[in-house]
Design a protein around this ligand. Structure first.
Ligand SMILES: Nc1ncnc2c1ncn2[C@@H]1O[C@H](COP(=O)(O)OP(=O)(O)OP(=O)(O)O)[C@@H](O)[C@H]1O
Length: 298
């Protein structure tokens, strides 16, 4: 049997009375493009930090490419590249210096060819000599990606890499990450952009309050949870929610249905309830709907 890229076994982490991770089990195979989704505070960053050895779990174990993060940290870390959420840099280094220093952490020297390749892929070549403090937020984020790759890790974890990134850069970044995945890298991605996760990830775990509440291929999740949806905006939100609707963002309420025939009776029940229809939309199954439903049920 091949070694999984990542194995997380019964990991718990408590911050005082707050349970950040409540017994997480997860196995991610080599070559997967895996999504780790969940609302704010679900524990995604804590789990990633535990994989990177930055947070010590209270119990359980984590392995990267068969190397235990606690017992064999050096090898575990060598196999992992993390693109963190926070933009923290020493502002006085240039992009190239920063990447050389990062290489040095892994005992790698003289890898400028590889650094040049990464810079070119991320469209950063013209910024190689620029000081970090002169870069825009989106550029800094690209440097974070570059930093995670200097030691050519087979497993790459990206923690919300596209937060605050413009559309063009976001697409460029995904193209690059897709290429890394095609080249055999295992990719683990957290994002709040569910349409990106749907387009990119072959398999998805959804976390809520430190627990995995859904874990399946993206296709199965869409089939299993998401039906078509009727979204309405009404005068009386409570009346619509009382009919079993799920609250979505911006005051929308969603109802799932399997066939269009159900739409008529749903609209009739809304009228009878006095909810007062203002706007409506019909939606095809998507990951956002799955997410809302899973979080509601869990
Ligand atoms: N160092 C810490 N001390 C105390 N509580 C913490 C610490 N780090 C995280 N937490 C708490 O643990 C929980 C999980 O946080 P975590 O950052 O892992 O969530 P997340 O899923 O990454 O959220 P987001 O989507 O907002 O990034 C949160 O309630 C958070 O406040």
């Amino acid at each position: 049997m091949t070694i999984p890229a990542i194995r997380v076994s019964a990991v718990t982490k408590q911050y005082g009375s707050l349970r950040a991770l409540g017994g997480v089990d997860l196995e991610i195979a080599q070559g997967e493009f895996f999504g780790l989704l969940g609302p704010n505070g679900a524990g995604k960053t804590t789990l990633i930090s535990a994989l990177a050895g930055l947070v010590r779990p209270d119990s359980g174990s984590l392995e990267i490419m068969g190397h235990d993060v606690a017992g064999d940290y050096r090898n575990a870390r060598r196999n992992l590249g993390v693109v963190p959420q926070e933009l923290v840099f020493d502002p006085f280094f240039s992009v190239r210096e920063l990447l050389r220093i990062q290489s040095g952490y892994f005992g790698i020297r003289g890898n400028d060819d590889w650094i040049d390749e990464i810079l070119a892929s991320l469209d950063l070549t013209h910024k190689a000599s620029a000081n970090m403090r002169t870069l825009s937020g989106g550029m800094k984020r690209r440097v974070l990606v570059a930093q995670a790759l200097v030691h050519r890790p087979p497993v790459i974890v990206l923690d919300e890499p596209t937060a605050g990134v413009d559309v063009e850069l976001r697409q460029g970044l995904w193209q690059f990450v897709r290429k890394l995945n095609r080249d055999g890298h295992t990719i683990v991605l957290t994002t709040h952009y569910l349409e990106e996760a749907e387009a990119l990830c072959g398999r998805i775990a959804m976390l809520k309050a430190g627990k995995v509440v859904a874990l399946d291929t993206t296709g199965n999740l869409l089939r299993r949870f998401a039906t078509h949806s009727l979204r309405v905006r009404v005068d009386n939100l409570d009346a619509a929610l009382a009919l079993g609707g799920l609250a979505a963002e911006d005051g929308w309420v969603e109802f799932g249905f399997d066939s269009y025939g159900e739409v008529e009776s749903r609209l009739a029940s809304l009228r009878e309830s006095g909810a007062g229809l203002r706007e409506m939309q019909l939606g095809e199954p998507d990951l956002e709907r799955v997410f809302v439903e899973v979080m509601h049920r869990a």
